[in-house]
Design a protein around this ligand. Structure first.
Ligand SMILES: [Zn+2]
Length: 91
C-alpha cells in the first residue's frame, strides 16, 4: 500500500517529463538573442548556432538590470553621482 502511494506520487512528474520529451522531439530549434530576446525561427543558420550558454545569458541579464537601475553599481567603480548622494556622509 505504501509502495503504491510512493510510486503514485511520482506519476505527475513522469507525465510532465513525457510531455516535455514529446515537445522537445517535435518542435524545431529556435535561436534567441541574449540581448534583446528576439526569437529567430525557420532559417537554416539556427542549426549552426552555439548551444545556450547560461553564463552569457546571466551577463546580458545583469547588464540590462544594471542599466535599468535594478542592481546597484559595482563597488569598485564608486557608483554614479545619484547613488553617492544617497549614501551616508563620510565622518
Ligand atoms: Zn538581439
Amino acid at each position: 500500500m505504501v509502495l503504491w502511494f510512493v510510486l503514485g506520487s511520482f506519476l505527475p512528474m513522469v507525465a510532465a517529463a513525457l510531455i516535455d520529451l514529446v515537445l522537445y522531439l517535435s518542435l524545431p530549434d529556435v535561436g534567441i538573442c541574449y540581448r534583446c530576446k528576439a526569437h529567430h525561427r525557420d532559417f537554416e543558420a539556427v542549426a549552426g548556432l552555439a548551444s545556450f550558454d547560461l553564463e552569457r545569458h546571466e551577463h546580458y541579464r545583469f547588464v540590462k538590470a544594471r542599466a535599468e537601475g535594478k542592481v546597484a553599481p559595482r563597488p569598485d567603480t564608486g557608483g554614479d553621482a545619484e547613488h553617492r548622494s544617497e549614501g551616508k556622509e563620510d565622518p
